[in-house]
Ligand binder design. Structure first.
Ligand code: CP
Ligand code: NVA
Length: 305
């Protein structure tokens, strides 16, 4: 495993090992022990979009492992692929740092960097996928339920980058996911076919959120307006009516159901404040696990021991 660009290009074994390592390192760090396996190493962190969780958790994870991180704003370097070709940027950064993390619009920016970089490239969200998020989510499910095999996610809302990565993660790791979306916002058929080719029956696309949550172990939602879609905000809010995760929806689910959201949550839109704060919500454990998963990922990709 050289890069971490998409869950569907990792093997189930690699993903399981990453989950185990994440949980082991979490225990170690919680008991104030440290593994300084990245001492003297550096990570470039390129952000074309805003971030709280991803930026903080990658930076802290690098520090935890004894390394350093350099935050790069595209406007400071004249834009990605604008002041100089992407392939030059990839090779220049490879001469300075030991890993590159990128949050960008076009997925091809991340894959293009990976093609020319001689160091590992990590996808920290593109319009197409958010694999670090999905792995932290699955880690959270494993911690909460003590297993992942056989669990069912009900993903309510936009068939977006987060839904896609979760679908691939479910397929690789033996979980199921029903995505309930309004017409026109379903996960694309190609991604559903790819996930179901990995494990038949993994992904079901529907349009009935209440039906979807009935036999779910986890209810998941994300913003109706992803970064870069701000101009569509009014139309999207209108189109997603009936897809809010609220207490009525929770009542249709089993009492053991847990609620997840990659965050930031737009309370009053895709989820209510009451649901975020209720005892079924594990959103803050989920957010914390971004750190624990990424610490393991950085160790796996960037450490020789
Ligand atoms: N969930 C997530 O990626 O959050 P940020 O956008 O704050 O990094
Ligand atoms: N789907 C959202 C996720 C934010 C973490 C977005 O792309 O903006």
């Amino acid at each position: 495993m050289k890069h971490f660009l998409s869950i569907n290009s990792c093997s189930s074994q690699e993903l399981l090992e990453l989950l185990e390592l994440s949980i082991d390192l979490k225990k170690l760090y919680k008991s104030n022990k440290r593994v300084l396996c990245l001492a003297g190493k550096s990570l470039a962190m390129i952000f074309e979009k805003p971030s709280l969780r991803t930026r903080m958790s990658f930076q802290v994870a690098m520090t935890n492992l004894g390394g350093a991180s350099v935050y790069v704003k595209p406007e400071d370097v004249g834009g990605i692929g604008k002041r100089e070709p992407l392939k030059d940027m990839a090779r220049i950064l490879s001469g300075y740092v030991d890993g590159i993390m990128v949050r960008t619009f076009a997925h091809e920016t991340a894959t293009g960097l990976a093609e020319y970089a001689s160091v590992p490239v990590i996808n920290a969200l593109t319009d197409w996928s958010h694999p670090c998020q999905a792995m932290a989510d699955i880690m959270t499910a494993k911690e909460h339920f003590g297993k992942i095999e056989g669990l069912k996610f009900a993903f309510i809302g936009d068939g977006n980058n987060v839904a896609r990565s979760l679908a691939f993660g479910c397929a690789k790791l033996g979980m199921r996911i029903e995505i309930a979306s309004p017409a026109g916002y379903e996960l694309d058929k190609g991604s559903i076919e790819r996930a179901n080719a990995i494990k038949p029956g993994t992904v079901v696309q529907s349009s009935d959120p209440i039906q979807a949550v009935k036999d779910a172990d986890l209810i998941y939602t994300d913003t109706w307006v992803s970064m870069g879609q701000e101009e569509e905000k009014a139309k999207r809010i209108n189109d997603f009516q009936g897809f809010q995760v609220n207490m009525d929806m929770l009542k249709a689910a089993a009492s053991h159901v847990r609620v997840m959201h990659c965050l930031p949550a737009y309370r009053g839109y895709e989820i209510t404040d009451e649901v975020c704060e209720c005892e079924n919500s594990i959103i803050f454990l989920e957010a914390e696990n971004r750190l624990h998963f990424q610490r393991a990922l950085l160790k796996k990709l960037m450490s020789s021991n």
